[in-house]
Design a binder for this molecule. Structure first.
Ligand code: B12
Length: 518
């Protein structure tokens, strides 16, 4: 069959992410003998024109649309990506009658809601490779695809989903660089992305990784196969950096170490980064191995440095583990991006203070670049299927019949929001390493880096320069200009809206919710 896969993620700033998931699906579909084309809409100015070019010449028999994000999961600066995805789907519908299949993490998080809202024909939950290829087979044979694992659809007037079966890692090498043009991503500071495993063993109460996204059963790729993929891409595409996009990069530690050792054994030298590094067992020996393999930065998500909050979030490591990891990290010169969450169950100004003290003690020691960056998200996004969903139901943050397509938030009632904002603001005036979620409104400016970064050889990743910018703003007394005003009142208002909105709107009517307005 002729299959067109379209990336609907238009986020083209410093966080631009190549659509690796869609490339996995493209490779699996091509391996199964179909004729596959890929259209990456990110960085494209004329979306309709691109769609016309791709659809009119090729006449696809099936269209797959990748939906990575529902929203930006940022309560301080909320943005929904659903209206732009809807716009793309509507343009596709005007150009072709080919069945439309939705997939990607956004689609997996709320398959029914996404299928209804975007008016797709089918939705794939979790891994796409096997389910999508089986769906194509069924459609080709004119059979109803009702029993294919991972496939959701409207059937006999109702939404029908066969639960996904995540048993093995379906295709090894997604051949990212052969399906899409990586150069605009690289310009923005992004990397050639690689996945070494699927599944997450952690049980963080707010997280979806071990649920619909990847499941909690680990599926590991062979270290040699992973490094072969990197080697092939290194010689073919010569990317500036490779980035591991596993949910947790260093769990299981043994598998991760084998990959790093395999990299060290190869004759070439590449640069690496990773998100999702866990502080557990992050010692100087492991960091040294990362350095030898070519790592020059990474992201770590402790979420809090308070023992109470680490326990409440069920992070699977202790405050002591975290302090040990920070001390080990400080012996190296990597810039490290630290993610913190404020406002989970049990958060108080005292627990937040403990996190800020940790930052003051460990993350602000460097007197010259590269600096650490401590990024704070306020509020915890509530997803269906997580323990936080149940907690939020019990505590009245959400209602049984709420619509998961709307960003739903948990924000500890033990926090006095005025005090919280003051705490965060004062800390950010004192330590330029701190960035609050509201900084996201300046991300579009990062496109300037894409233009000037090469000319002035600004080192990547670009986020490492944010503390230097903050330092300058603090010195010039300009930081207050960049702080959003009236946040506590705004947050109280959106939480009130969240609760009232859910009570009046049942699951039967999600598309009527005003997603554009939040
Ligand atoms: C790595 C990562 C990042 C990195 C990306 C680095 C990079 N250079 O790519 C960084 C830290 C930059 C990042 C940033 C953000 N991220 Co992020 N990120 C992830 C993470 C952990 C892995 C994504 C990944 O690459 N997976 C590997 C691929 C292979 O999996 P996949 O994309 O799911 O693809 C499979 C299926 O979904 C399906 N599939 C995919 N496409 C298609 C298409 C079709 C047609 C079909 C049938 C199937 C299909 O098949 C694929 C193969 O099996 C996920 C969580 C997770 N475990 O999925 C969050 C996640 C995707 N991120 C999320 C968010 C919110 C963001 C940000 C918006 C956060 C922010 N405010 O800054 C930004 C957005 C960036 C962007 N450009 O879109 C959310 C999205 C949920 C939501 N609320 O919308 C997730 C799900 C985490 C969560 N909260 O649960 N992220």
């Amino acid at each position: 069959m002729r299959v067109l896969l379209i990336n609907s993620n238009l986020k083209d700033d410093a966080l631009a992410a190549p659509p690796i998931g869609m490339c996995y699906v493209a490779t699996a579909t091509a391996v199964a003998g179909h004729e596959v084309r890929v259209l990456d809409l990110c960085f494209k100015q004329r979306i309709r024109h691109e769609l016309e070019k791709a659809i009119i010449g090729f006449s696809p028999q099936i269209i797959g649309v990748s939906l990575r994000n529902l929203d930006n999961a940022n309560l301080l600066r909320p943005v929904s990506y659903l209206p732009s995805a809807l716009n793309i789907v509507q343009m596709i519908r005007e150009l072709t009658v080919a069945p439309l299949v939705l997939g990607g993490s956004g689609a997996s998080l709320d398959p029914k809601g996404v299928l209804d809202f975007l008016q797709g024909d089918y939705v794939i939950v979790s891994d796409g490779e096997k389910s999508f290829v089986e769906l194509l087979g069924a459609l080709h044979r004119h059979e109803p695809p009702v029993n294919i694992p991972g496939v959701g659809m409207r059937y006999q007037g109702k939404f029908h989903l066969t639960p996904p079966q995540l048993t093995s890692f379906p295709v090894g090498n997604p051949r990212l660089g052969t399906w899409i043009d990586l150069s605009p991503y690289e310009k923005m500071g992004s990397s050639y992305t690689v996945q070494t495993k699927r599944g997450c063993r952690l049980q963080c109460i707010y997280c979806t990784y071990n649920q619909v996204l990847e499941g909690n059963h680990l599926r590991l790729r062979s270290p040699v196969e992973v490094v072969d993929e990197i080697e092939e891409a290194f010689y073919k595409f010569n990317p500036e950096t490779f980035e591991f996009v596993d949910s947790v990069f260093n769990d299981p530690m043994g598998h991760c170490q084998e990959i790093l050792e395999e990299i060290v054994r190869r004759p070439w030298k590449a640069r690496f980064t990773a998100m999702g590094v866990s502080p557990k067992k992050l010692d100087t020996q492991f960091l040294h191995l990362m350095q030898r393999a070519g790592f020059d930065s990474f992201m770590i998500s402790p979420e809090s440095a308070s023992e109470t909050m680490l326990t409440n979030y069920q992070k699977g490591f202790s405050k002591e583990d975290l302090h040990r990891a920070a001390e080990a990290i400080n012996k190296f010169s990597f810039p490290v991006f630290w993610y913190f969450l404020v406002g989970g169950p049990g958060e108080t100004s005292r627990t937040l203070q403990e996190t800020l003290e940790f930052i003051g003690r460990h993350l602000t020691r460097k007197k010259s670049p590269p600096y650490n960056l401590a990024h704070f998200f306020l509020g915890v996004r509530i997803y269906p299927g997580t323990k936080l969903w149940q907690i939020a139901l019990d505590e009245g943050f959400i209602h049984q019949r709420c619509n998961p397509l709307m960003p739903l938030w948990y924000l500890s009632r033990e926090l006095d929001l005025d005090v919280t904002m003051r705490q965060l603001y004062q800390a950010s005036c004192r330590w330029p390493e701190i960035a609050l979620g509201s900084v996201e409104r300046f991300f579009p400016l990062s496109k300037l880096l894409g233009i000037s970064g090469k000319i002035f050889s600004i080192p990547k990743p670009y986020w490492q320069h944010l503390p230097a910018v903050n330092r300058l703003l603090i010195k010039l007394g300009l930081l207050p200009l960049f702080q959003p005003a009236g946040v506590p009142a705004r947050l109280r208002q959106s939480l009130r809206l969240q609760m009232s909105c859910q009570k009046s709107t049942g699951p039967a009517s999600p598309p009527t919710l005003s997603i554009e307005n939040f």
